[in-house]
Design a binder for this molecule. Sequence first.
Ligand code: SF4
Length: 137
Amino acid sequence: MKKSRADEILENVQKNIECPPATQDISLNLQNRKICVEKANYGPANPELDNDVFWQQKADLFKTTTDQAKTMRCKNCSAFVIKDKMRRCIEKGICEEDMNEAAKIVDLANLGYCELFDFKCAGDRTCDAWITGGPLK
Ligand code: SF4
């Protein structure tokens, strides 16, 4: 099917969006994520599990309860960027050929971009550098 002029313009706009390199380069993203794991205890590895030890460590760090620590996640961190433009970058880096599929992946993982450590992070995870007041919309 022939593309409409509007689709062509949208495609060109999407191609020309300047994206952070880590959103387009999985190796760089993994490298930066590893730094966040090592320097700031990014996790938990699987946020769907209880992860009692992980949350107790976060509670100890912030001198609070585990219940309160569990409310401090990437999804409400000020360094978590979920602006439309950034979302398009993340989707493009995941699967430029099928942006609908990429959008589903972004939604399922609640992905945003960590401005502090420069990588795509999952909304349900957190790290020691968590900043109140987010996300950045
Ligand atoms: S700085 Fe914020 S967005 Fe980045 S990994 Fe830590 S909690 Fe997540």
